[in-house]
Design a protein around this ligand. Structure first.
Ligand SMILES: C[S@@+](CC[C@H](N)C(=O)[O-])C[C@H]1O[C@@H](n2cnc3c(N)ncnc32)[C@H](O)[C@@H]1O
Length: 407
């Protein structure tokens, strides 16, 4: 099954004419979600649980939850900053769903209560780290990313609430290499760019591409590699690489100029929370808008998508390679770290149809947002239900839609 507009399930029709959904799904099953990726995901999920359990113990949350409390009450008692309860709610919900240590009563707001003592996870963490190293180069980076979150949990939520925003925006020079690694070297993260590139290679006939939130370069690197391998790199007449981080833009520009000196690229500051046209992107000047784990960063999702629509030529499309939430309460392992960013926690303007949770969106939210913004032929690849049957922990999708004519 594929998701169609407004979350209705659709079969492969004209809407997916240029990309064979079954072939894309097979490719994901066989070549993207390899046994190493599946095992790595399993290890990462367990490691995240163990770190959350340790935090639960270290911070004395178990004692606070002797009687039922909300995440906000726990955050206040810990002296955390005002929006920290969002990170704690995610932590406690995950522990309630995946361990027997906490229970949750969903009467809004959710109330949590301690149920069991936290077992010592030190030996298991050591064993899991060794198992991750054995999977191959880069896998351990995923663990370093969550370890960073555990180590800086209190600092970021109490002492220096802007800390993680600086890391994620490249303003923090010291942790720039960590973020470059986390977005590029970890194969479980890298696959987002692989999926996006494959989809574009099949959906993009040629012209100008605008990449939003291109950051540390996962998207552009995969796309150029794939087009080069297929002998179709010359389909790119012009590539406009954008982000809000000068450090990220400069770093990616250096790497891409070295590897692909012949491709015409512009390197621009573009804030997706502001009108594109006032930032030098002319209306109807772009053939394809691309983003890898960047579009979900928008505060006003429908507003941002409308800006994309205005920038696209008739028939132009958006292609977003994104981590997606299976359920709105689901906390991704790397959100142990990302939830320490005030922006990640609070920026999203919530809406019951197209923005239920902070950060990542569900497939249905994406489709609803695209429809609201006037896109047609909205679709999600791969077939998530089919992948679900063989790899329940799957987490990546390509979201696409074509500029509607009603503008
Ligand atoms: C998760 S990273 C993805 C980076 C890159 N696409 C990759 O996968 O390697 C999100 C990116 O969005 C950028 N970003 C954050 N806020 C933004 C905004 N308001 N407008 C445009 N980009 C933004 C960040 O600087 C960062 O590079």
């Amino acid at each position: 099954m594929l998701y169609g507009r407004a979350g209705r399930l659709m079969s492969a029709t004209r809407e997916t004419a240029n990309l064979d959904p079954a072939a894309f799904t097979r490719w994901c099953e066989d070549q993207v979600y390899t046994p190493a990726i599946r095992r790595g995901t399993e290890i990462l999920e367990r490691v995240c649980d163990l770190h959350l359990l340790e935090l639960h113990r270290e911070l004395g949350i178990a004692l606070m939850l002797a009687t039922p409390r909300t995440a906000r009450e726990v955050a206040d008692q810990l002296g955390f900053e005002p929006s920290a309860h969002i990170a704690l709610e995610a932590l406690l919900t995950r522990l309630a769903e995946r361990t027997g240590v906490v229970s949750v009563e969903q009467s809004p707001p959710a109330h949590f209560q301690a149920r069991a003592a936290v077992p010592d996870g030190t030996a298991e963490l050591t064993a899991l780290r060794s198992a991750m190293v054995e999977l191959g180069p880069g896998f351990v980076v995923a663990l370093e990313c969550v370890e960073f979150g555990r180590a800086h949990f209190v600092t970021a939520l109490r002492d220096d609430p802007g800390m993680m925003d600086r890391v994620l925006s490249g303003a923090d020079a010291e942790h720039y290499p960590l973020w470059v690694q986390a977005t590029n070297a970890d194969p479980m993260q890298d696959l987002h760019g692989r999926m996006g590139a494959r989809a574009i290679a099949e959906l993009f006939p040629g012209g100008t591409i605008l990449e939003i939130g291109g950051g540390t370069g996962n998207g552009i690197r995969h796309l150029f590699d794939v087009l080069q391998a297929r002998g179709t790199l010359d389909r790119i007449e012009r590539y406009i690489f954008t982000d809000v981080s000068p450090r990220f833009i400069l770093g990616t520009r250096r790497a891409v100029r070295e590897a692909y000196p012949s491709v015409t690229c512009d390197w621009k500051y573009l804030d997706i929370n502001k009108s594109f046209s006032t930032q030098g992107i002319e209306p109807e000047s772009i053939d394809l808008i691309y983003g890898v784990n960047a579009a979900h960063v928008a505060k006003d999702m429908v507003g941002m998508l409308r800006d994309c629509g205005a920038a696209l030529r008739p028939g132009g499309r958006v292609v977003f390679a994104e981590r997606v939430r299976g359920r709105s309460s689901e906390m991704a392992a790397r959100e142990l770290t990302l939830n320490l960013s005030r922006y990640h926690r609070t920026a999203a303007q919530r809406h019951p149809a197209h923005r239920v949770a902070h950060g990542y969106l569900s497939p249905r939210c994406w489709l609803s947002g695209l429809e609201q913004a006037g896109f047609r032929d909205a679709a999600i690849f791969p077939d998530l239900e089919a992948i679900q049957r063989v790899f329940p922990e799957q987490y990546a999708a390509v979201v696409t839609g074509v500029r509607g004519c009603g503008r």
